[in-house]
Design a protein around this ligand. Sequence first.
Ligand SMILES: Cc1cc2nc3c(=O)[nH]c(=O)nc-3n(C[C@H](O)[C@H](O)[C@H](O)COP(=O)(O)OP(=O)(O)OC[C@H]3O[C@@H](n4cnc5c(N)ncnc54)[C@H](O)[C@@H]3O)c2cc1C
Length: 369
Amino acid sequence: MREGTDVVILGAGIAGTVLAAVLARGGARVEVLDAGRHPRFAIGESTIPHTSTLFRLLAERYDVPEIKHLATFHGARAHVSANHGIKRGFNFHWHEPGARQDPELAHQLPIPSIMHTETHFLRADLDHWVMRVARKYGAVVREGVRVTGVGLGESGVTVTTDDGATVRARFIVDAGGFRSVLASQLDLRDEPCRFRHHSRSMFTHMEGVVPWERIAACNPGPVRGSQSTLHHVFDGGWIWVIPFGNHPRAGSDLVSVGMTVDPRKHPRRDVPAGQEFREFISAFRTSATSSRTPAPPATGSPPAASSTRRRARPATGGRSRCTPPGSSTRCSPAVCRSPWTGSTRSPGACWTHCGRTTSPSSGSLPSNG
Ligand SMILES: Cc1cc2nc3c(=O)[nH]c(=O)nc-3n(C[C@H](O)[C@H](O)[C@H](O)COP(=O)(O)OP(=O)(O)OC[C@H]3O[C@@H](n4cnc5c(N)ncnc54)[C@H](O)[C@@H]3O)c2cc1C
């Protein structure tokens, strides 16, 4: 049994590693345990100004200057990795299957240049880098170790792992994402869920995706489509396109492509996720993602599929434990509160519609992917 840890953090994703860096910088003895190994595939790649503001606040409040690099695209590209993409806006395009996209049915929310530019984070690089920052400040990060149980006592916690070790600590933070051990063990999730919604997602990374401005008849605003987070909306679902290689000094041609559909309109079929994914993409190929077939997925192959539904529970903290929202809730990307930033993604108040400024047209457009 290992003693002497103040905080044990379950999960070395972006939430766990940023917290580990902050706590270790402040002098706490921190141990992070993760079942996987960096670098590894993850989604959740597109930031909004609120995300970046929180990174800046964390950096200043807890004196971890490295976190500030994550607050702008230029900082992330210079200090973290050239594989991140630039994000200057949000695009929304309505599609009919097989038809050319009607530019009248498009919106763009540019990010005001007076603020800064947002980022399309290649999470494999981002999470790996933040883990190294946490280590630099003294956090112990153990990869390839699965937490199998947590004992909560009066004076602290006992964590058991699949390699037979036991870690004792004063506090535990479960940043294990939707596989949260504590949420399952303490029954922190509503079953059945009070806020059930209908969505399922498929996602992967692709190469050879043609930039949107080479396909679209008209760009709805001042920002090039390929430098936006693109949302291609259709009846019963939407496809997100998040390019990483969209700037002159890009280190990668990868594009994150995924979709969320309503199973009532698009029921799950008994075919592999990769096949279903390609069928959706080809229904909108002339207009949505690419004018030619994308190269095979570069990572995350075959496309991962998941059902998402909102799980909510008011109490996520206790005497010696904390489960951030990512662990106690699981939700559709269109409506979720991002667990690593706490931000609710919303489309904003003002849109340019092919050059004209309009109000958000209806509740039917999803928010950021
Ligand atoms: C379809 C979709 C699209 C999204 N798009 C966006 C977006 O555009 N922008 C945005 O800000 N957010 C987005 N999100 C949300 C984003 O993905 C999450 O907020 C983010 O990945 C959560 O990071 P995390 O560190 O909390 O968890 P994760 O990245 O999931 O990390 C959890 C870690 O815990 C480890 N772990 C789990 N169980 C155990 C165990 N028992 N023992 C040891 N280790 C364990 C895992 O190996 C993993 O490394 C999206 C989410 C979805 C589902």
